[in-house]
Design a protein around this ligand. Structure first.
Ligand code: NAP
Length: 328
Protein backbone atom coordinates (compact mmCIF):
# COMPACT_ATOMS: atom_id res chain seq x y z
CA UNK A 1 0.00 0.00 0.00
CA UNK A 2 1.35 3.48 -0.81
CA UNK A 3 2.04 5.91 2.04
CA UNK A 4 0.33 8.92 0.45
CA UNK A 5 -2.80 9.43 -1.64
CA UNK A 6 -4.84 12.10 -3.42
CA UNK A 7 -7.94 13.51 -1.74
CA UNK A 8 -10.20 16.40 -2.77
CA UNK A 9 -10.53 19.37 -0.41
CA UNK A 10 -12.98 22.29 -0.30
CA UNK A 11 -12.37 25.67 1.29
CA UNK A 12 -9.72 27.19 -0.98
CA UNK A 13 -11.97 28.52 -3.76
CA UNK A 14 -15.09 27.75 -5.79
CA UNK A 15 -13.89 24.23 -6.71
CA UNK A 16 -12.40 21.22 -4.92
CA UNK A 17 -8.61 21.09 -4.94
CA UNK A 18 -6.57 17.84 -4.92
CA UNK A 19 -3.93 17.40 -2.24
CA UNK A 20 -1.52 14.58 -1.31
CA UNK A 21 -2.03 13.35 2.24
CA UNK A 22 -1.07 10.20 4.19
CA UNK A 23 -3.10 7.04 3.54
CA UNK A 24 -5.27 6.50 6.66
CA UNK A 25 -4.97 3.51 8.99
CA UNK A 26 -8.09 1.96 10.53
CA UNK A 27 -8.82 2.57 14.21
CA UNK A 28 -10.91 0.16 16.31
CA UNK A 29 -14.20 -0.60 14.55
CA UNK A 30 -13.04 1.02 11.32
CA UNK A 31 -12.15 -0.14 7.83
CA UNK A 32 -10.00 1.38 5.11
CA UNK A 33 -11.34 1.01 1.59
CA UNK A 34 -9.46 1.51 -1.67
CA UNK A 35 -12.16 3.63 -3.33
CA UNK A 36 -12.73 2.97 -7.03
CA UNK A 37 -15.65 5.37 -7.48
CA UNK A 38 -17.39 8.06 -5.43
CA UNK A 39 -20.75 9.81 -5.91
CA UNK A 40 -21.80 13.43 -5.45
CA UNK A 41 -24.70 14.61 -3.32
CA UNK A 42 -26.50 17.94 -3.12
CA UNK A 43 -24.75 18.49 0.23
CA UNK A 44 -21.39 18.55 -1.60
CA UNK A 45 -22.46 21.66 -3.53
CA UNK A 46 -23.82 23.30 -0.38
CA UNK A 47 -20.61 22.65 1.59
CA UNK A 48 -18.35 23.78 -1.27
CA UNK A 49 -20.21 27.10 -1.51
CA UNK A 50 -20.29 27.59 2.26
CA UNK A 51 -16.50 27.18 2.49
CA UNK A 52 -15.55 29.20 -0.63
CA UNK A 53 -13.69 32.32 0.61
CA UNK A 54 -13.98 33.98 -2.83
CA UNK A 55 -17.75 34.32 -2.43
CA UNK A 56 -18.03 35.11 1.28
CA UNK A 57 -17.63 31.53 2.56
CA UNK A 58 -15.72 30.49 5.68
CA UNK A 59 -12.42 29.56 3.97
CA UNK A 60 -12.20 26.57 6.33
CA UNK A 61 -10.59 23.60 4.63
CA UNK A 62 -12.45 20.27 4.73
CA UNK A 63 -12.17 16.84 3.09
CA UNK A 64 -14.96 16.58 0.51
CA UNK A 65 -17.41 13.79 -0.27
CA UNK A 66 -19.78 11.37 1.45
CA UNK A 67 -20.27 8.24 -0.69
CA UNK A 68 -17.84 5.64 -2.02
CA UNK A 69 -17.46 2.10 -3.31
CA UNK A 70 -14.32 -0.02 -3.43
CA UNK A 71 -12.34 -2.86 -1.91
CA UNK A 72 -11.48 -3.21 1.78
CA UNK A 73 -7.70 -3.04 2.26
CA UNK A 74 -7.43 -2.96 6.07
CA UNK A 75 -9.67 -3.51 9.09
CA UNK A 76 -9.27 -2.29 12.66
CA UNK A 77 -9.66 -4.16 15.93
CA UNK A 78 -13.08 -5.66 16.49
CA UNK A 79 -14.14 -5.75 12.84
CA UNK A 80 -15.29 -9.19 11.65
CA UNK A 81 -17.33 -7.96 8.67
CA UNK A 82 -16.40 -6.69 6.17
CA UNK A 83 -13.05 -8.43 5.66
CA UNK A 84 -9.97 -7.45 3.66
CA UNK A 85 -10.73 -7.97 -0.04
CA UNK A 86 -14.52 -7.52 0.31
CA UNK A 87 -16.32 -5.25 -2.15
CA UNK A 88 -18.22 -2.58 -0.22
CA UNK A 89 -20.11 0.65 -0.68
CA UNK A 90 -20.61 3.13 2.10
CA UNK A 91 -21.02 6.59 3.50
CA UNK A 92 -18.57 8.71 5.47
CA UNK A 93 -17.40 12.33 5.37
CA UNK A 94 -14.22 12.80 3.29
CA UNK A 95 -14.97 10.04 0.79
CA UNK A 96 -13.41 11.81 -2.23
CA UNK A 97 -10.06 10.09 -1.76
CA UNK A 98 -8.11 7.12 -3.01
CA UNK A 99 -8.35 5.44 0.42
CA UNK A 100 -11.38 6.05 2.63
CA UNK A 101 -11.54 5.33 6.36
CA UNK A 102 -15.05 4.56 7.61
CA UNK A 103 -16.91 3.03 10.53
CA UNK A 104 -17.45 -0.61 9.48
CA UNK A 105 -21.17 -0.20 10.29
CA UNK A 106 -21.41 2.48 7.61
CA UNK A 107 -20.68 0.06 4.78
CA UNK A 108 -22.81 -2.45 2.88
CA UNK A 109 -21.66 -5.31 0.66
CA UNK A 110 -21.76 -4.59 -3.09
CA UNK A 111 -24.14 -7.22 -4.44
CA UNK A 112 -22.88 -9.61 -7.12
CA UNK A 113 -21.03 -8.14 -10.06
CA UNK A 114 -22.41 -4.59 -9.66
CA UNK A 115 -19.77 -2.14 -10.93
CA UNK A 116 -18.19 0.22 -8.38
CA UNK A 117 -19.24 3.15 -10.60
CA UNK A 118 -22.86 2.17 -10.02
CA UNK A 119 -22.59 0.93 -6.43
CA UNK A 120 -21.11 4.20 -5.15
CA UNK A 121 -24.37 5.97 -6.08
CA UNK A 122 -26.48 3.81 -3.75
CA UNK A 123 -25.62 4.12 -0.03
CA UNK A 124 -27.05 7.60 0.69
CA UNK A 125 -30.21 6.87 -1.26
CA UNK A 126 -30.82 3.45 0.31
CA UNK A 127 -30.09 4.75 3.81
CA UNK A 128 -32.10 7.95 3.56
CA UNK A 129 -35.14 6.72 1.68
CA UNK A 130 -35.50 3.50 3.69
CA UNK A 131 -34.93 5.46 6.88
CA UNK A 132 -37.54 8.05 5.89
CA UNK A 133 -40.13 5.39 4.97
CA UNK A 134 -39.47 3.70 8.32
CA UNK A 135 -39.83 7.02 10.16
CA UNK A 136 -43.20 7.41 8.41
CA UNK A 137 -44.32 3.97 9.60
CA UNK A 138 -44.80 2.93 5.96
CA UNK A 139 -46.37 -0.49 5.34
CA UNK A 140 -46.89 -2.49 2.14
CA UNK A 141 -50.15 -1.52 0.46
CA UNK A 142 -49.87 2.17 1.32
CA UNK A 143 -49.60 5.02 -1.16
CA UNK A 144 -46.57 7.33 -1.22
CA UNK A 145 -45.90 10.86 -2.47
CA UNK A 146 -42.24 11.65 -3.24
CA UNK A 147 -41.44 15.29 -3.96
CA UNK A 148 -38.23 16.26 -5.76
CA UNK A 149 -38.34 12.70 -7.03
CA UNK A 150 -35.72 13.14 -9.77
CA UNK A 151 -33.06 14.00 -7.17
CA UNK A 152 -30.36 11.36 -6.76
CA UNK A 153 -31.94 10.01 -3.58
CA UNK A 154 -35.55 10.62 -4.69
CA UNK A 155 -35.12 8.21 -7.60
CA UNK A 156 -33.96 5.55 -5.14
CA UNK A 157 -36.98 6.42 -2.98
CA UNK A 158 -39.40 5.78 -5.85
CA UNK A 159 -37.85 2.36 -6.50
CA UNK A 160 -37.57 1.48 -2.79
CA UNK A 161 -41.25 2.31 -2.21
CA UNK A 162 -42.16 0.07 -5.16
CA UNK A 163 -40.02 -2.83 -3.87
CA UNK A 164 -41.49 -2.48 -0.37
CA UNK A 165 -45.01 -2.81 -1.75
CA UNK A 166 -46.39 0.71 -2.24
CA UNK A 167 -49.87 0.57 -3.78
CA UNK A 168 -49.43 3.88 -5.62
CA UNK A 169 -46.48 6.22 -6.04
CA UNK A 170 -46.95 9.87 -6.92
CA UNK A 171 -43.71 11.66 -7.86
CA UNK A 172 -42.99 15.32 -8.53
CA UNK A 173 -40.58 17.21 -10.78
CA UNK A 174 -40.45 20.82 -11.95
CA UNK A 175 -39.40 19.71 -15.41
CA UNK A 176 -41.94 18.15 -17.82
CA UNK A 177 -39.03 16.58 -19.75
CA UNK A 178 -38.36 14.30 -16.72
CA UNK A 179 -41.85 12.74 -16.71
CA UNK A 180 -40.71 9.63 -18.61
CA UNK A 181 -37.74 9.11 -16.31
CA UNK A 182 -40.01 8.98 -13.27
CA UNK A 183 -42.48 6.66 -14.98
CA UNK A 184 -39.65 4.37 -16.07
CA UNK A 185 -38.38 4.09 -12.48
CA UNK A 186 -41.77 3.24 -11.00
CA UNK A 187 -43.96 6.33 -10.49
CA UNK A 188 -47.67 5.71 -11.21
CA UNK A 189 -48.47 9.42 -11.36
CA UNK A 190 -46.08 12.25 -12.17
CA UNK A 191 -46.96 15.76 -11.04
CA UNK A 192 -45.13 18.61 -12.74
CA UNK A 193 -45.08 21.34 -10.11
CA UNK A 194 -45.44 24.78 -11.67
CA UNK A 195 -47.89 23.32 -14.19
CA UNK A 196 -50.13 21.53 -11.69
CA UNK A 197 -51.36 22.21 -8.16
CA UNK A 198 -49.65 19.54 -6.05
CA UNK A 199 -52.44 19.05 -3.51
CA UNK A 200 -55.17 18.82 -6.16
CA UNK A 201 -53.15 16.48 -8.37
CA UNK A 202 -52.40 14.10 -5.46
CA UNK A 203 -56.01 14.18 -4.37
CA UNK A 204 -57.12 13.28 -7.92
CA UNK A 205 -54.60 10.42 -8.05
CA UNK A 206 -55.80 8.93 -4.75
CA UNK A 207 -59.58 9.10 -5.11
CA UNK A 208 -59.79 12.29 -3.06
CA UNK A 209 -58.15 10.70 0.03
CA UNK A 210 -54.54 11.86 -0.21
CA UNK A 211 -51.49 9.62 0.17
CA UNK A 212 -50.68 7.59 3.28
CA UNK A 213 -47.08 8.80 3.35
CA UNK A 214 -45.34 11.86 1.90
CA UNK A 215 -41.53 12.01 1.62
CA UNK A 216 -40.59 15.62 0.93
CA UNK A 217 -37.18 16.48 -0.53
CA UNK A 218 -38.07 20.06 -1.51
CA UNK A 219 -39.19 21.94 1.64
CA UNK A 220 -40.52 25.49 1.30
CA UNK A 221 -44.01 25.79 -0.19
CA UNK A 222 -43.86 22.16 -1.37
CA UNK A 223 -43.62 20.88 2.21
CA UNK A 224 -46.71 22.94 3.06
CA UNK A 225 -48.57 21.47 0.06
CA UNK A 226 -47.76 17.95 1.27
CA UNK A 227 -49.96 18.36 4.38
CA UNK A 228 -53.34 18.63 2.61
CA UNK A 229 -52.11 16.04 0.07
CA UNK A 230 -51.79 13.44 2.88
CA UNK A 231 -54.76 11.43 4.13
CA UNK A 232 -56.15 11.63 7.66
CA UNK A 233 -53.80 9.82 10.04
CA UNK A 234 -51.00 9.77 7.46
CA UNK A 235 -47.37 10.82 7.83
CA UNK A 236 -45.29 13.58 6.24
CA UNK A 237 -41.50 13.26 6.49
CA UNK A 238 -39.20 16.10 5.50
CA UNK A 239 -35.99 14.71 4.00
CA UNK A 240 -34.53 17.67 2.06
CA UNK A 241 -34.89 21.40 1.66
CA UNK A 242 -33.89 21.94 -2.00
CA UNK A 243 -36.20 24.97 -2.14
CA UNK A 244 -35.28 26.32 1.28
CA UNK A 245 -35.88 25.55 4.95
CA UNK A 246 -38.75 27.96 5.67
CA UNK A 247 -42.34 26.89 5.15
CA UNK A 248 -45.69 28.45 6.05
CA UNK A 249 -47.99 25.65 7.19
CA UNK A 250 -51.77 25.40 7.27
CA UNK A 251 -52.22 24.13 10.81
CA UNK A 252 -55.84 23.32 10.04
CA UNK A 253 -54.63 20.71 7.54
CA UNK A 254 -52.24 19.34 10.17
CA UNK A 255 -54.85 19.15 12.93
CA UNK A 256 -57.99 18.13 11.02
CA UNK A 257 -56.05 15.37 9.26
CA UNK A 258 -54.33 14.29 12.51
CA UNK A 259 -51.03 14.08 10.61
CA UNK A 260 -47.74 12.85 11.98
CA UNK A 261 -44.89 15.13 10.86
CA UNK A 262 -41.26 14.02 11.10
CA UNK A 263 -37.91 15.29 9.92
CA UNK A 264 -34.87 13.10 9.23
CA UNK A 265 -31.21 13.98 8.79
CA UNK A 266 -29.07 10.88 8.84
CA UNK A 267 -25.83 12.82 8.43
CA UNK A 268 -26.44 14.10 11.94
CA UNK A 269 -27.24 10.67 13.41
CA UNK A 270 -24.87 9.08 15.91
CA UNK A 271 -22.57 6.38 14.52
CA UNK A 272 -24.47 3.42 15.99
CA UNK A 273 -27.83 4.87 14.99
CA UNK A 274 -26.65 5.47 11.41
CA UNK A 275 -25.26 1.93 11.33
CA UNK A 276 -28.65 0.54 12.38
CA UNK A 277 -30.53 2.52 9.73
CA UNK A 278 -28.06 1.44 7.01
CA UNK A 279 -28.21 -2.20 8.10
CA UNK A 280 -32.03 -2.19 7.97
CA UNK A 281 -31.93 -0.63 4.50
CA UNK A 282 -29.44 -3.30 3.43
CA UNK A 283 -31.56 -6.18 4.76
CA UNK A 284 -34.71 -5.03 2.99
CA UNK A 285 -33.33 -3.47 -0.20
CA UNK A 286 -30.06 -5.19 -1.17
CA UNK A 287 -31.88 -8.21 -2.68
CA UNK A 288 -33.66 -5.75 -4.97
CA UNK A 289 -30.35 -4.12 -5.88
CA UNK A 290 -28.93 -7.57 -6.66
CA UNK A 291 -31.75 -8.49 -9.05
CA UNK A 292 -31.95 -5.06 -10.68
CA UNK A 293 -35.26 -3.83 -9.23
CA UNK A 294 -33.33 -0.94 -7.66
CA UNK A 295 -30.85 0.75 -9.98
CA UNK A 296 -29.20 4.07 -9.24
CA UNK A 297 -29.57 6.49 -12.12
CA UNK A 298 -26.10 7.70 -13.08
CA UNK A 299 -26.22 10.99 -14.99
CA UNK A 300 -22.51 11.47 -15.68
CA UNK A 301 -19.22 9.78 -14.82
CA UNK A 302 -16.17 12.04 -14.55
CA UNK A 303 -12.78 11.85 -12.80
CA UNK A 304 -10.90 13.63 -10.00
CA UNK A 305 -9.22 15.69 -12.76
CA UNK A 306 -12.61 16.84 -14.06
CA UNK A 307 -14.21 17.27 -10.63
CA UNK A 308 -14.90 20.97 -11.35
CA UNK A 309 -17.10 19.91 -14.25
CA UNK A 310 -18.89 17.49 -11.92
CA UNK A 311 -19.49 20.24 -9.36
CA UNK A 312 -20.82 22.50 -12.13
CA UNK A 313 -23.23 19.80 -13.26
CA UNK A 314 -24.39 19.30 -9.65
CA UNK A 315 -24.96 23.04 -9.19
CA UNK A 316 -26.86 23.25 -12.50
CA UNK A 317 -29.64 20.99 -11.11
CA UNK A 318 -29.90 19.61 -14.64
CA UNK A 319 -28.49 16.19 -13.76
CA UNK A 320 -30.85 13.24 -14.00
CA UNK A 321 -29.73 11.11 -11.07
CA UNK A 322 -26.22 10.88 -9.67
CA UNK A 323 -22.88 12.28 -10.75
CA UNK A 324 -20.00 9.86 -10.22
CA UNK A 325 -16.21 10.34 -10.10
CA UNK A 326 -13.87 7.47 -10.83
CA UNK A 327 -10.90 7.46 -8.46
CA UNK A 328 -7.33 7.56 -9.83
N1 NAP B 1 -32.24 13.77 5.42
C1 NAP B 1 -31.11 13.24 5.02
O1 NAP B 1 -30.46 12.50 5.74
C2 NAP B 1 -30.63 13.56 3.62
C3 NAP B 1 -29.66 12.75 3.00
C4 NAP B 1 -29.26 13.06 1.70
C5 NAP B 1 -29.83 14.15 1.04
N2 NAP B 1 -30.74 14.93 1.69
C6 NAP B 1 -31.36 16.08 1.03
O2 NAP B 1 -32.25 15.57 0.03
C7 NAP B 1 -32.30 16.48 -1.06
C8 NAP B 1 -31.93 15.75 -2.34
O3 NAP B 1 -30.55 15.42 -2.31
P1 NAP B 1 -29.78 14.90 -3.61
O4 NAP B 1 -28.34 14.88 -3.28
O5 NAP B 1 -30.40 13.63 -4.06
O6 NAP B 1 -30.14 16.10 -4.62
P2 NAP B 1 -29.82 16.33 -6.14
O7 NAP B 1 -29.61 15.03 -6.84
O8 NAP B 1 -28.77 17.37 -6.26
O9 NAP B 1 -31.24 16.94 -6.60
C9 NAP B 1 -31.34 17.62 -7.79
C10 NAP B 1 -32.79 17.70 -8.23
O10 NAP B 1 -33.60 18.31 -7.24
C11 NAP B 1 -34.64 19.08 -7.85
N3 NAP B 1 -34.53 20.46 -7.35
C12 NAP B 1 -33.43 21.23 -7.25
N4 NAP B 1 -33.73 22.45 -6.76
C13 NAP B 1 -35.05 22.44 -6.54
C14 NAP B 1 -35.96 23.41 -6.05
N5 NAP B 1 -35.57 24.65 -5.70
N6 NAP B 1 -37.24 23.09 -5.96
C15 NAP B 1 -37.66 21.86 -6.33
N7 NAP B 1 -36.84 20.90 -6.82
C16 NAP B 1 -35.55 21.19 -6.90
C17 NAP B 1 -34.36 19.10 -9.34
O11 NAP B 1 -35.27 18.19 -9.96
P3 NAP B 1 -36.35 18.71 -11.06
O12 NAP B 1 -35.57 19.53 -12.04
O13 NAP B 1 -36.83 17.40 -11.62
O14 NAP B 1 -37.40 19.44 -10.32
C18 NAP B 1 -32.94 18.60 -9.43
O15 NAP B 1 -32.67 17.89 -10.62
C19 NAP B 1 -31.33 17.63 -0.72
O16 NAP B 1 -32.06 18.67 -0.12
C20 NAP B 1 -30.40 16.98 0.29
O17 NAP B 1 -29.79 17.94 1.14
C21 NAP B 1 -31.15 14.65 2.95
Amino acid sequence: MPSTMTALFGGAGPEWAPRRIPVPRPGPGQVVVRAHAVALNNADAVMLAAADPSSGGSGEEYRAGFEFAGEVTAVGDGVAVPAVGDRVMGTTPGSFAEYVRADHRHTLPVPGPLAYGTACALPTGLLTEHGALTAAGFRAGQSVLITGATSGIGLIGVQAARVLGASRIVATTRDPAKRDLLTEYGADTVVVTGEQDLTRAVSAATGGEGVDVALDHVGGATFAACLPATRAGGAVVNVGRLDGPASTLDLDALAYRRLRVRGVSFGFSRAAELGGVLAAAGRELLPAVADGRIRPVVDTTLTFDTAAEAAGRLRSHRAQGKIVLTVP
